[in-house]
Write a protein that binds this ligand. Structure first.
Ligand code: NAP
Length: 201
């Protein structure tokens, strides 16, 4: 699958490497494509401008700092036929006047937006395997089409399952769920090598 990753930091970089290694064609959208040394020699990975990455792929993953969300969504404009995966968390401030990255991209691009790949640390996105078993990913969205794509991409990244939190009314809940991981890992000092998994009896 062709995937555009917008934002090449901790989360974008981890998923770019992971999906490229799984055989997806990854377009990493960055501010300065000429400064691409970190990414040279990685198979299936092309560094380009944000707009060029978005033009290449029907599926985008957004891994930007919150203040960049509105300007980047405005720059990209209409993306009605694309799927946007919002991996961001408004930890310190909301992307005003919107509640989350999901709402920014829905309002400003008209894409099929889904919130996922936001609920765990970037180290777990680089390697989701604990004791030989994949941890779980979670998602919330109004779009079934987007959920099918995210389920596949979670599996290709090494997650065991991708649980559906529900529709658009669960987008704020899944951001709060991410805050639960952040609280345990960072504020309560459990460390970043922890993960959530659904167990069944
Ligand atoms: N870190 C985690 O474990 C984690 C986990 C889940 C979700 N998240 C969420 O994911 C998002 C990204 O987090 P992160 O830790 O990956 O942040 P990060 O390491 O700071 O990466 C963000 C990247 O976005 C780039 N960027 C900023 N403005 C841009 C623009 N206008 N156009 C193109 N690229 C731009 C930054 O480039 P410059 O450095 O050049 O500005 C940087 O490479 C945040 O919303 C965060 O809450 C983070």
């Amino acid at each position: 699958m062709k995937i555009a990753i917008i934002g090449a930091g901790n989360v974008g970089g981890a998923l770019a490497r992971n999906w490229a290694a799984a055989g997806h064609e990854v377009y990493l959208g960055v501010k300065n494509p000429a400064d691409n040394k970190e990414w040279s020699g990685i198979a299936n990975l092309t560094v380009c401008s944000v707009k060029a990455a978005a033009d290449e792929a029907a599926v985008l993953l957004v891994a930007l700092p919150v203040p960049a969300l509105v300007p980047v969504a405005q720059e990209l404009g209409n993306m009605e036929n694309k799927i946007v995966i919002d991996a961001t968390n408004a930890v310190f401030a909301k992307p005003a006047p919107y509640e989350t990255g999901y709402h920014v991209f829905k309002a400003l691009t008209g894409a099929d937006v889904i919130k996922s790949f936001n609920t765990t640390g970037f180290e777990n996105m680089a390697n989701p395997v604990y004791h030989g078993k994949g941890i779980d990913m979670f998602m919330a969205a109004g779009s079934q089409k987007a959920k099918e794509v995210v389920r596949l991409l979670a599996s290709d990244a090494g997650f065991e399952a991708c649980y559906d939190f529900g529709g658009e009314d669960k987008v704020l809940l899944i951001e709060q769920f991410a805050m639960a991981w952040i609280n345990l890992a960072i504020l309560q000092k459990e460390g970043r090598d922890i993960a959530f998994k659904v167990l069944r009896r």
